[in-house]
Design a protein around this ligand. Sequence first.
Ligand code: RIB
Length: 323
Amino acid sequence: MPMRKPVVVVGSLNLDLVAGVERIPLPGQTLTGASFQTFFGGKGGNQAVAVARLGYPVHMVAKVGDDDIGPRLRAGLQEAGVNTRWVTPARGTSSGVALIATDRSGQNSIVVVAGANGKLLPADVARLESLIRSAAIVLLQLEVPLETVARTVELAGRHAVPVMLDPAPARSLPARLLKRVSWLTPNETEAVALCGDGVQGTPNSRQVQQFAERLLAQSGGYVVLKLGGRGAFLAGPGGLRQYLPAFKVKAVDSTAAGDAFNGGLAVALAQGSGRELLQAARFASAVAALSVTRPGAQPSMPTRREVLAFLRRAQVQPARDFA
Ligand code: RIB
C-alpha cells in the first residue's frame, strides 16, 4: 500500500471534568449534579483521536502542563493511535481543563481553562514546517493562541497543504486568515460570531443559508455549517449549496460531536480525490452521530468498522425547515 500522507492536528488537549445535571444551570444558580466523570478532551485532541480511530495516520502538535494530567493526556492519545512526538510539556504550567455540564438530552455547556494550550506558540509550529509540508490536511481549532493558528495556516499555505479550520470557541477572525482556509466548519453559534450578526437563538434555514453565503465570500474554499441534530449545510465554489440531513440517533452526550465530524471529514477528504464533498460530509455526519450515542469526548469516537456498519442501516432525519 502506498504511504498515506498523515493528517496533522495543531490544537488543544484538555482534561474534561463532566457533571451530569438535570438541566444546564442558569446564571447565579447552584444545582446538584447526578454524576461526575473525567474524560480526555480538548478540541484538537478529540479531532486527532477521531482520525486515529478511523484508522488513518495522524500527528498531534500540542502542549500539556508539567502536572500529573499532562502525561495522562499524552498516553490517552497514544493509546488511540495518535503520534504524540510533538506533544510536549510547558514548564510551570497546568494542563488545559474543561468544566462541562451535560443534561439529560445530551446538551452541554463548557468552560475551558487553556493552561498549557495557551503556551503553544508560533515558534513551536514554525519548527515543524517539514511535518506540516508532509500533511494531507492540517486541522485547526481556536483553543490555542490565534497567532499560532495564523502561523500554521501560513506554513500550510506555503506548501499548498489544505487547512480545515473549526472556528471554535466562537469569535471573530481576521479576513486574511479566513481567506487561506480551505474548509471552514462553524456551528451555528460560531457562524453568528464570524458574521458579526445579532441573531439570537437558533438561526432558521434562511439565516443559515445567508451565513453560508457570507462565509463563503470570506473564505478561501468550502464552508460546512454544522447544525447539530439538524444536519449540515455545505457551500462551495461552483454553485455548491447542499443541505445534508442528520442521522437519527438517541443522543446521550453531544460533547465533541463537532470534533468527530471534523475528524471524519478530514479522513474522507484525505482518502478521496477531494471532489466528493457530499459523500465525505455524509461519512463525517455518521462519525458525529455515533459519537453522540456515547458519553465523553475522546472515548466516544467510533472506529471505521462501526461507521461503515452504521451507514448501512442508518436513517436520516431531515430538519423540518430544510426539508
Ligand atoms: O469540543 C468539545 C471539547 O471542547 C471538550 O472535549 C472540551 O475539552 C472543550 O475543549
